[in-house]
Design a protein. Structure first.
Length: 317
């Protein structure tokens, strides 16, 4: 049985990757310091002999006994609320943490896939965003701690690939959603669902004309799995190119939830908030034979079922 280390295993994406790798017949070693992850996401895996969990901060020395075949590096705060609250930790996990897991990959001769992000493109000047675009990032702005941490992650990963001949893969993840997102995550979808379920105002920043492209988590995991097993070592965008304005997205959520008290409220646009976001997935289609399959309407229904159970509604609501 091949062995895979998954960092950030108790997080939204990490936990779904644990499920997928176990389903594919791997022995999974999950690692997380639970800074933003939750054991609830992986508690169903604890009885399995194919799963073990290490409570560990990857910015510290990492020791994994025995062999490793693969590493999926998904540890990082990933929402603006988290990385604005924990800027130093975000930078450290992107830099020191990535350095450490690359060292493990080198010593174990394991293939490593690192999770980058569409945020490396910043507030883009090209649309849609393709992999050769270098981005438009403010390195000292409030979002820079996350954007630059991920840009460094890509740089050191390629350095280990070219200098140490480590077998590396880089995935650039665009907006993803689905069950196990944190209610208080701060990203647009959890915020909209929790606000609509509670009958509150859905907070739309700016005029709502900025765009995002939402990919259902099962589709994303499929793309990541295909990239892991591919021979391609350059960055690959994985996301859904079905672009929608935030204002229209808010109305979709309101219609789905059906709470008559829910309505849209507008607030000023945060500093350096990207105005447009849409992946060019030409490479993913050509190299991985991948494209998203789950329509947004279906994905939102599945996600709504999860949030209905998770969101606490005040008694007087």
């Amino acid at each position: 049985m091949k062995r895979v280390l998954i960092t950030g295993a108790a997080g939204f994406l990490g936990s779904h990757l644990c499920d997928r790798m176990i389903k594919e017949g791997y022995h999974v070693i999950g690692m997380d310091n639970l800074l933003t992850g939750s054991l609830k996401n992986i508690e169903h895996l604890f009885p399995l002999k194919e799963f073990e969990f290490y409570y560990h901060d990857i910015t510290k020395y990492i020791h994994i006994p025995s062999e490793l075949d693969y590493i999926l590096h998904f540890a990082s705060p990933a929402s603006p609320i988290d990385y604005l609250k924990m800027p130093i930790q975000t930078l450290k996990v992107g830099a020191l943490g990535t350095h450490n897991v690359l060292g493990v990959a080198k010593s174990k001769q394991a293939r490593i896939l690192v999770a980058s992000t569409s945020e490396v493109y910043g507030d883009p000047l090209v649309h849609p965003q393709y992999e050769e675009y270098w981005g438009n990032v403010n390195p000292i702005g409030p979002r820079g701690v996350y954007d630059e941490a991920k840009r460094f992650l890509e740089a050191i990963t390629m350095a280990y690939h070219t200098f140490h001949k480590v077998d590396t893969r880089i995935v650039r993840i665009f907006n993803t959603y689905g069950p196990r997102m944190r209610v208080e995550d701060g990203r647009v979808l959890p915020a909209f669902f929790s606000q609509a379920i509670r009958g509150e105002g859905l907070t739309v920043f700016g005029d709502g004309g900025q765009t995002r492209s939402f990919c259902y988590v099962d589709d994303l995991v499929e793309g990541i799995y295909r990239l892991l097993l591919s021979d391609y070592t350059q960055p690959v965008n994985v996301g859904n190119p079905d672009e929608i304005t935030i204002g229209a997205f808010a109305e979709e959520v309101i219609a789905l939830v059906g709470n008559p008290k829910a309505r849209v409220i507008y607030k000023p646009l945060p500093i350096d908030d990207p105005k447009i976001r849409q992946p060019d997935i030409t490479k993913a289609r050509a190299i991985l034979g991948w494209e998203p399959k789950v329509p947004r309407a279906e994905g939102l229904k599945r996600t709504f079922e999860y949030f209905k159970e998770e969101v606490k509604v005040p008694q007087n609501a």
